[in-house]
Design a protein around this ligand. Structure first.
Ligand SMILES: [Ca+2]
Ligand SMILES: [Ca+2]
Length: 83
């Protein structure tokens, strides 16, 4: 059954496809390690203050593609890939 939640999840996934391939996997691993170093509340993502510590020049509005006000591994890896 398609619940509203799974529908929204699917839409979100389509708008921001997960990274794939070996280079992307390595990038994700690297980003995940960095997140751990800055993730003070250990929720697996960086909020505003944590993001500033991670990268002072990072803009949450540009990185946070799903709009939950946190930068997760996928979002940070994608932002890094664009550079
Ligand atoms: Ca956090
Ligand atoms: Ca987010």
């Amino acid at each position: 059954m398609l619940t509203l939640q799974s529908f929204l999840w699917a839409v979100e996934r389509r708008n921001s496809p997960p990274l794939s391939g070996t280079a992307a996997a390595r990038l994700r691993e690297w980003v995940a390690k960095r997140i751990k170093a800055y993730d003070k509340n250990a929720d697996g993502a960086l909020d505003g203050d944590e993001l500033k510590a991670y990268d002072a020049k990072a803009e949450m509005s540009l990185i946070d593609t799903n709009g939950d006000a946190r930068a997760d591994v996928d979002e940070l890896a994608r932002a890094r890939e664009k550079k």
